[in-house]
Design a protein around this ligand. Sequence first.
Ligand SMILES: NC(=O)c1ccc[n+]([C@@H]2O[C@H](COP(=O)([O-])OP(=O)(O)OC[C@H]3O[C@@H](n4cnc5c(N)ncnc54)[C@H](OP(=O)(O)O)[C@@H]3O)[C@@H](O)[C@H]2O)c1
Length: 300
Amino acid sequence: MEKRVFGKTGLEVSALGFGGAEIGFEGASADTVATLLNAALDAGLNVIDTAECYGNGAVTSEELIGLAVSHRRDDYYLFTKCGHNPGFDLPDWDPKMLEMSIDRSLKQLKTDHVDLLQFHGCPADLMRQGDLIALLQRARDAGKTRFIGYSGDNENARYAIECGAFDTLQTSISIADQSVLDTNLPLARQHNMGVIAKRPIANAAWRYASKPDNGYHVTYWERLHQLGYDFTGSTDATSIALRFTLSQPGVHTAIVGTTKPDRWKQNAALLNAGPLPQTQIDAIRARWREIAPPDWVGQG
Ligand SMILES: NC(=O)c1ccc[n+]([C@@H]2O[C@H](COP(=O)([O-])OP(=O)(O)OC[C@H]3O[C@@H](n4cnc5c(N)ncnc54)[C@H](OP(=O)(O)O)[C@@H]3O)[C@@H](O)[C@H]2O)c1
């Protein structure tokens, strides 16, 4: 698996990472997650991304990851997030809640530190006040995380990049989410930030013959419908979508989410085809420019 230098952090991250939202929200079993993650780590995965709030009320994504791979903690970089209240009697972004949430994440992940702790979509006006960023920096100084990052999109992400406090940016980048390619991605690159592409295959929303029941997949399904790319009906769709995202200058890792034990290895094999040819990248960019209205902004 190709490794890329993750901006100013200097970490060498696998081009294909693992996104931990699906396992939490879809209630994957501990056995499934253990099989999935251990096989992927054996095959070259070294980025596992999760968050404080990925759960469906039973077991959380962080707990599943802790159970599955904490025994081999040196084999991967562990990224989590904070800001949303994961069940305490306090509002989102409350400083006390944030402190409790960070400690809860470490406990659930069965580790004494993560490699990256990200603000989970913090609004710019809260970041401007400074005390929340200082809280994140204190968590880093206390050794709870090696680096700090921002996860989010559009104007909030722009503030996070320009304020200079964060080492990394996690943001939506895909064939169905391209506005970032002309805005925040080049800016993050100028700031030498590590960049994580979230939702990197647009939820594979081309899978659905009709509007998906899963509301989270609807926006990309509708966009893809209008974009009408000629490849989304073919067996190459995932390969082209994933390689498009990973071909964008400044993207270091694409964290595809899945609950399927063999998926990470299947998707890793797609990368053996190498970078997407420039003619195909240009055609996808041209189609987007032709079709996308200004309100097709980055999806959270
Ligand atoms: N604000 C935030 O911080 C934020 C927001 C959204 C996402 N994220 C992060 O980004 C990660 C990725 O986002 P995501 O999971 O929403 O989107 P995604 O990676 O673009 O899409 C995941 C979906 O694609 C399917 N899939 C994967 N490989 C496939 C293949 N080869 N063929 C067909 N379908 C395939 C998966 O289904 P199967 O289960 O069938 O494989 C899953 O439903 C999340 O897990 C999370 O870590 C962060």
